[in-house]
Write a protein that binds this ligand. Structure first.
Ligand SMILES: NC(=O)c1ccc[n+]([C@@H]2O[C@H](COP(=O)([O-])OP(=O)(O)OC[C@H]3O[C@@H](n4cnc5c(N)ncnc54)[C@H](OP(=O)(O)O)[C@@H]3O)[C@@H](O)[C@H]2O)c1
Length: 215
């Protein structure tokens, strides 16, 4: 079933997920403070691709994807409009990466050890049904990742069980197996997977991998 999807972001993640979800038949509108910077994406993504402001993308969507810089996530949601977030499933792909260089390939987060960015966002916007997903892989492997027939695992979490089911379905549509890690209590662990995922990138310039849970 086709859903109306709003994606907050104009970067590589927003563009990649936007094209991926258009390809599997959803309606997509990408949001930016400056929608004109997405003209090249519209040209490449085709006639069905739409762009607007953060608020337009949030207002016209049934499902929202948050794909902005971690340090800007609260501001982007504020620009999207709290009234447009109420009761909405929000797939949160952000990571709380601090604006300092990695040390020995290890990124720093601006969040403390006992919290996550998603915890903060959920607290600020209690009406939103946040689910963390797509934060533990690079954009290059986000859509229909091809590992010789083996599906990688996307770890998700969030407080609303129905929202997790909806997001699981959406993640599976892009070619993933999903591991549901439960409530937002898991979010600082799921966010930390980003640090782990990036280490081979920074140390060996190898960015082509994905994570898998073997049982
Ligand atoms: N890159 C990856 O491979 C990857 C993989 C997994 C997860 N992630 C996470 O996904 C998120 C997006 O990453 P990205 O690399 O696609 O893009 P990015 O460069 O991290 O973020 C670009 C977006 O952030 C918004 N932004 C920046 N400053 C802002 C501000 N002050 N107020 C409001 N919005 C602001 C920009 O909005 P405008 O459009 O208005 O300029 C733009 O849409 C990040 O949290 C990242 O950690 C990235």
């Amino acid at each position: 079933m086709s859903v109306r999807m709003g994606i907050l972001g104009s970067g590589t993640v927003a563009r990649t997920l936007g094209s991926g979800y258009l390809d599997v038949g959803h309606e997509v509108i990408l949001g930016s403070r400056d929608p004109s910077k997405l003209a090249d994406w519209v040209e490449q993504a085709g006639l069905k691709a739409r762009v607007g402001t953060f608020s337009e993308a949030a207002h016209s969507s049934e499902i929202l994807i948050l794909a902005v810089k971690g340090t800007a996530a609260e501001e982007a949601l504020s620009l999207a409009g709290p009234e447009n977030l109420r009761d909405k499933v929000i797939l949160d792909a952000t990571n709380p990466i601090a604006d300092i260089p990695p040390k020995d390939g290890v990124l720093s987060f601006f969040t403390g050890p006992e919290e996550s960015l998603m915890n903060r966002l959920q607290k600020h916007y209690p009406g939103g049904r946040f689910v963390k997903a797509f934060n533990s892989v690079g954009a290059g492997r986000m859509v229909q990742p091809d590992f010789q027939g083996i599906k990688p695992t996307m770890f998700i979490c969030g407080d609303d069980e129905d929202a997790r089911k909806i997001v699981s379905g959406l993640v599976q549509e892009l070619g993933w197996e999903v591991c549901d890690m439960g409530s937002s209590a898991a979010s600082r662990s799921v966010e930390a997977l980003c640090i782990l995922w990036c280490i081979p990138g920074f140390r060996e310039n190898s960015w082509n991998h994905a994570l898998k849970l073997l049982r």
